[in-house]
Design a protein around this ligand. Structure first.
Ligand code: COA
Length: 209
C-alpha cells in the first residue's frame, strides 16, 4: 500500500448504491453464507442515531475501495446514569485490497474525526487482531458489559476504545447495540434481489450458520 494512493471523504447520497454493493462484496460469505451488511447500512442511514459527519468512503483512482460509519448509542451505567458513546461499522474494504493496510488507514482516520467531534468512546463487536492495532481493548477491561450476554459467556468479541482518555473511568454498565443493526433474514433476501446474483457458500471460519 502506498500512503498517497487513496483519499477518504464523506459518503454522498449518489454513492449509496455503489457503497452497498462494495459492502456486499466485502462481507459476502465472510461471517455466514451470503451477508446482511449491505442491507444494514441501507437501513442505518435513515436512523436518527446515524452520524452523517462520520460516514466515510475511501477511494482509489476514482473507484470506491472502502467504507466506514458510526452510530450514537449508550451505556446504561449501574449507578443509573446514561453515558453517550459511539458504535461503529460496518467497515469494509474491497476484497482485492484486503490485508494491505487500507482498513487500518480508514479506521484510524475515522477515529481521529470522531475524536475531533468530541465523542468519548467507541464500542462494538469485532476482532481484536485487527482493532487492537488501532488501540481497542476488551470492553470488559473498562467495566462495560454486552447486553443480553450471560455473565460467564466469552465477551472477547466486545471491544472498546476511549477517544477521551478516562471517559469511562468510574463507570460500569451495559452497552446497548442500536436497534437499527437488527434486520430480518426475509428483508435481507428481498433487498438482495436487486443486486447481481452471487453464490452463498458455507465456508470454514464463518461464525454464523
Ligand atoms: C476487516 C477489514 C476492514 C480490515 O481491513 P484490511 O485492509 O483488510 O486490514 P489491514 O490490512 O488494514 O490490517 C491491519 C492489521 O490488522 C490485521 N488484520 C486485518 N484483518 C484481520 C482479521 N480479520 N483478523 C485478524 N487480524 C486482522 C492485519 O494483519 C494487519 O496487521 P499487520 O499490518 O501487522 O499485518 C477488511 O479485511 C474487511 O473488509 N473484511 C471483511 C468485512 C469485515 O470483516 N469487516 C469488519 C467487521 S467487524
Amino acid at each position: 500500500m502506498n500512503k498517497n494512493d487513496y483519499t477518504i471523504r464523506l459518503e454522498e447520497k449518489s454513492d449509496y448504491r455503489a457503497v452497498e454493493n462494495l459492502v456486499r462484496e466485502s462481507f459476502w460469505n465472510v461471517y455466514k453464507p451470503g451477508c446482511s451488511e449491505h442491507f444494514v447500512i441501507h437501513v442505518l442511514r435513515d436512523d436518527p442515531a446515524f452520524i452523517r459527519e462520520l460516514d466515510f468512503v475511501m477511494e482509489q483512482g476514482g473507484s470506491l475501495i472502502g467504507q466506514n460509519m458510526f452510530m450514537k448509542t449508550i451505556i446504561e451505567a449501574d449507578d443509573g446514569r446514561v453515558i453517550d458513546v459511539l458504535t461503529m461499522g460496518p467497515i469494509g474494504i474491497t476484497p482485492q485490497l484486503k490485508r494491505q493496510g487500507y482498513g487500518k488507514a480508514l479506521l484510524d482516520y475515522s477515529l481521529k474525526k470522531a475524536t475531533e467531534m468530541g465523542f468519548g468512546a467507541v464500542l462494538f463487536e469485532g476482532n481484536i487482531g485487527f482493532y487492537g492495532k488501532s488501540g481497542f481493548d476488551y470492553a470488559s477491561k473498562f467495566g462495560i458489559r454486552y447486553h443480553d450476554l450471560p455473565e460467564d459467556a466469552d465477551a472477547s468479541f466486545f471491544l472498546c476504545k476511549e477517544l477521551i482518555p478516562g471517559y469511562l473511568d468510574g463507570i460500569t454498565g451495559v452497552y446497548q447495540t442500536p436497534q437499527g443493526y437488527y434486520v430480518s433474514d426475509e428483508d435481507v433476501e428481498e433487498f438482495d434481489k436487486d443486486f447481481p446474483p452471487k453464490e452463498k457458500l458455507k465456508l470454514p471460519g464463518q461464525i454464523f450458520g
